[in-house]
Ligand binder design. Structure first.
Ligand code: PA5
Length: 439
């Protein structure tokens, strides 16, 4: 796994990494304690075997549909979208005939109406994903789709529904019991942004035809050593996730409070959005943390990269590359002399040259940078990346002295929105809203 990280340009000489590296024993002990108490299912994946069985049983059910409409928001949607774009980019393109996944993750009347107008209900399964089972953006869409299915299919509506939610509680869990809707659990203590390797991300991935065993195997390769009850500080110190965490925490000490995620695997661009949620929601606490900035190469070289290179010197960068991407077409040999340097070269060569050029230029401009080097662009590598960044995020939070697993500020926004819609209770929120509106 160490081969996934290239530290050239990480600016280690300017950072006090040692202060954080010295805490490897403490962090190892904490990992052992937290995984032992079942509070880190993201790493220990105690649910993996049962999930595999559930998915095997569900395979025929979901494969019977041509369309899957996923309703979810935040961590209940971003992982699925990243996997979809990375591995099934042909969906929605001319000539595509395979299964189609549609993700509704916003209160967007235009998009929802377009789905209702175009999707054939008899060929569609609606997957509602909500760990809490009460997120109004998601449950609201569920109500509309439930009514739509019922109107179009009568009593068969519930056979076109799948709920992914908390095992025991919440509104959706109650719905499942009431109407006999097929469900899969989101395991206890697995928060949205850490849940892509549970049913949350794997149901849509399975529907699309992804090799989910490879995805899980990659994640387990990275995560399993961290969930070992005998993990030592020395072993942790050699693990890339801890090294990234020590780097992330040391950067903050020196005022680097923005973290670019620059993806030079164009199809993996949506991992930038997934990472942004993971990093921001986990680490933006108590007036601290670094702001994630998703960017994609080479497109963003010609836009925000100016700011990365020559703006405020507060940015660091995770730079995602893969040297073995498809070569693509060759440039013709009869190009004008001014472009002679690309004659006969592959299109992919240009991408790799641009990646190298930007990596070096960023580094020379004083942007501390770690390269995340993918051996290939398959699902196993994606699983490794997800586990590596998730574990690094958790430990960065611990090294900062904050809780990387909660999201109190997001919860406040949700409560205020409910108060605005005049939900029961929420007296305090209603009072502060009134004060805000009348100030
Ligand atoms: O990471 C998180 O916990 C959040 O982004 C949630 O995923 C998001 O708020 C949706 O929550 P839920 O899955 O409970 O509907």
């Amino acid at each position: 796994m160490a081969d996934m990280l290239d530290w050239t340009g990480a600016s280690l000489e300017n950072l006090d990494m040692a202060a954080f590296e010295a805490r490897a024993d403490e962090m190892a002990a904490r990992l052992v304690e937290e995984t032992g108490a079942g509070r880190l299912p993201f790493l220990s994946m105690p649910y993996a075997a049962a999930l595999k069985e559930d998915l095997a049983q569900l395979k025929d059910f979901i494969k019977a549909f041509d369309h899957m409409l996923l309703l979810g928001i935040g961590g209940s949607a971003l992982g699925a979208r990243a996997l979809q774009q990375a591995f099934f980019p042909q969906q929605g393109q001319p000539g595509h005939s395979g299964p189609c996944l549609w993700i509704a993750d916003n209160v967007d009347a235009y998009a929802l109406e377009a789905y209702l107008a175009k999707l054939p209900p008899e060929k569609t399964v609606v997957v509602t994903v909500s760990k809490s089972g009460g997120t109004i953006e998601t449950v609201g869409q569920y109500f509309i789709l439930k009514e739509w299915m019922h109107r179009r299919l009568g009593d068969a509506w519930s056979e076109h529904m799948l709920l992914v939610t908390d095992e025991k509680q919440g509104f959706l869990r109650a719905e499942a019991g009431k109407y006999g809707i097929t469900t899969l659990p989101v395991p206890d203590n697995l928060g949205g942004r850490y849940s892509v390797l549970s049913a949350v991300g794997l149901i849509p991935a399975l529907f699309l035809g992804m090799d989910i065993d490879a995805l899980m195997a990659g994640a387990q390769e990275v995560a399993t050593p961290l969930a070992d009850p005998k993990l030592t500080g020395e072993e942790l110190a050699a693990h890339g996730s801890f090294q990234l965490a020590a780097w992330g925490a040391a950067l903050l000490e020196k005022g680097f409070d923005e973290m670019i995620f620059f993806a030079y695997i164009p199809l993996w661009a949506k991992f930038g959005d997934w990472f942004a949620q993971l990093w921001a929601e986990s680490l933006g606490k108590e007036g601290r943390g670094s702001q994630p900035i998703p960017a994609v190469g080479v497109t963003d070289q010609h836009s925000v990269n100016q700011m990365f290179m020559d703006g405020l010197r507060n940015k660091a960068c995770l730079f995602l590359t893969c040297p073995s991407l498809p070569a693509g077409p060759k440039f013709p040999m009869d190009l004008p002399d001014q472009f002679a340097y690309v004659r006969g070269r592959d299109f992919g060569d240009l991408l790799q040259a641009e990646a190298l050029g930007t990596r070096m230029a960023l580094s020379d401009s004083g942007v501390p940078l770690v390269e995340l080097l993918m051996g290939d662009d398959g699902p196993r590598q994606a699983g490794k990346l997800i586990a590596l960044l998730g574990a690094a995020t958790i430990m960065t939070g611990w090294l900062m002295g904050i809780n990387p697993l909660d999201q109190p500020a997001v919860e406040l926004g949700k409560r205020l929105a409910k108060a605005r819609m005049n939900a029961d209770g929420l007296t305090e929120e209603k009072a502060s809203l009134n004060a805000f509106l009348t100030a």
